[in-house]
Design a protein around this ligand. Sequence first.
Ligand code: ADP
Ligand code: MG
Length: 355
Amino acid sequence: SDRREPKPIKALDVTVVNRIAAGEIIQRPANALKELIENSIDAGSTSIDVVVKEGGVKLLQITDNGCGIRKEDMEILCERFTTSKLQKFDDLSSIATYGFRGEALASISHIAHVTITTKTAESPCAWRATYSDGKLVPAKPGQSADPKPVAGKTGTQITAEDLFYNVPTRRRAFRNANDEYMRLLDVVQRYAVHSAGISMSCKRHGDTAYGCSTVQRATTKDNIRQIYGASVAGELLSVEVKDEGLAFKVEGLVTNANYHVKKTTMLLFINHRLVESTSLKRGLEQIYATFLPKGGHPFIYLSLEIEPSRVDVNVHPTKREVNFLYEEEIVECICQAVDAKLREADSSRRFEVQT
Ligand code: ADP
Ligand code: MG
């Protein structure tokens, strides 16, 4: 055939479009888990339990004791851009909850088989529904797609099975189940440290031992000890900075000059979202370089709260890197505070040695 003959342009099928979009938001099981944990926290849960099969590709299950979902919302729950957290564009700048555009559940339902069992405090029973491509589908062929009444406690259980079943190239990328499990565990561990007051656990399906498990009454420091070990927890300094002009405050726990490892562990939350900030990490590593032996790195946990209107939350959900106004000034301010803490601890240590 003549190669210069143009082919007709056709609109892609909507399911294909949604699947492509979903694959961009959910690049790997850990992205899905982060969204699900954030939803559970938003729902006011005090207990969040994660169970995983084959690195999350076979099964990702999260059970919480939050507010649950109303039965009448179950039909549109997994459609794109359905949310209880945002009504108009301006809300984006004042939003305090994690989720902001109702894409997570929709995305997951386009690349996995999703089953949701949920109960609100008012409902006499729990309701269970199965979703595919954003829509309610029968759990078994021939059954009705409507939510089914089942026994259950207040809260929500979300099960995502066979992740990327319809994106074979992506699925093949996750051959190493252990690798993916470690990534999932890392997400749970980071949120567990940040979520004192919420018990969190993560384990492989069928295992009796937990990969991580925290209790509800534990403090942040307890959680760090539980998860990252006594060697970290025993050398922590607390950092607290507030600046009205820059409209931010930061609280956290960072290791002192006695602690150093090969790689920096940095747990950073901005407005309670797990994020990354290269500029802050670099700045802090520079500060630590003057206190630690060559090649030594710290453990850093920081919870940064910035006036919501100054954070660009409307970045693509997969971008862990966030942007905020006055970034340079805020980074400088935090670095100075950490520097002062390290100096203070260092001089009191020297003093103790002398006397
Ligand atoms: P978003 O979090 O951006 O609103 P999601 O797709 O993550 O979008 O969730 C859609 C809606 O489903 C949420 O707004 C919330 O009302 C409800 N929801 C999701 N997960 C839970 C949960 N674990 N408990 C209670 N409600 C939930
Ligand atoms: Mg969400």
